[in-house]
Write a new protein. Sequence first.
Length: 437
Amino acid sequence: MNAVRLTPVILACSCCSILTSELRADPGSQIGGGNIMLRKDLTGADAQFKALKAAGASMCRFPIAEGVYYNPKLRKPAPERYDRLVLLAHKRGITPMILFEYYTRWNGPIGGRDKWRAVGRAFAERFSPDSEWLKSRGVSGWGITCYTAVNEPTWKSNNPTPIVPEQYAKALEGLSDGVRSVSEKLTVSPGGYIEGSLHGGRNPYMKAAAPLYNAGKLDAIDIHRYWDVKYVPMAKTRRHSLQAQFDDVKRDYKITANVKFHTTEMNFKKRLINEDQAAKGFLTALWDALGVVDSKGRRVTQFVFPWSIFHLTKKDEHYGLCTKLSPWTPTARGRVLQLVCRISRGLQFVSCDPREGGLFVLQGPGRKLWVWQNRTGWTKKPGGAVTINGVPRDMLRLEIYRYNSWDKPWRILNISRKTSVTITDLPQQETLMFLAR
């Protein structure tokens, strides 16, 4: 059997230096979940923060409705309503991002640039890193850097009271102006788009937002991706991958700016399959989301939020990743999430090749990780044997992980300081992870 050679496509030497720290961070620091809601009693939110830490995740999404972020009587933003929740997130080691307007059905005007500029500025002034308010609470070097608005906007086909696309764009522009008036380091993006709504360049909201990307006012494209064995298949093709759709969206909507990518909702649905099969697909999907690159092969994934780390399977069979929230008791997909966060902790991406090799390489002190999408259509040469090149000479053993090897490696090899290792009898049509220590 001829072995596939996993030789990483090394990015230009300047690449890592031009990426922000969040884009170079280890996967666990970019993985999170939502939604965490504001309640008078924060016990439920605290259980969710603890569940995220148990999963190995470090981020979350705060969805905020108009009646909470804006006081209509005073005609002014009300960020102070979120003070307790923000401070609790910091205490638990979780970094939030904000989504204004989670629900897609609209009952009234969205408001113009002035309103949204005021909202953006007020929230960023209060909660961005090293803000005067956070420092007054003893918090420094931490804060909210990502602000988004309007989740999954829909048009007349399934929404009786849609937002007018032009008004939607003006609101986003105002939000961006307000947030960026506090710091140019902060990011502003539209809320997530439903995967199917973006096909063919026909989404009126993305059309309206595209000029704002090219003008440098919007930072990232958020695509919600729910794999499904029938409707959004993974087998034998990567045409439904987030990388492919990110490329398509930029082309179809003529977005020429070098924008980032994130997904605030993604999963592999447990529909017509069992949990074990869903876990196998979820591992591929997770690395697909983590390793999106731009046209030059530079990684642009900002963060990845599986939906839903908090949902119980007895109430949400398709998407739930746990059977108990407190203490967090994960399903097979949840344990895949834990595994990825655990074995990649402290590692940074040094190479991403999702379009051809299906290979991601991460490295850190004393460890190096190769992730191979060993699926037809996801790598040029899928197979049962592989040669891993570029192993550091000080590595002594190689651990191989699969979607179901949560507690210990599937196989361990003594590599005796070899710089190239050939492995045979590998499982096929799934994602494999090779960790050298």
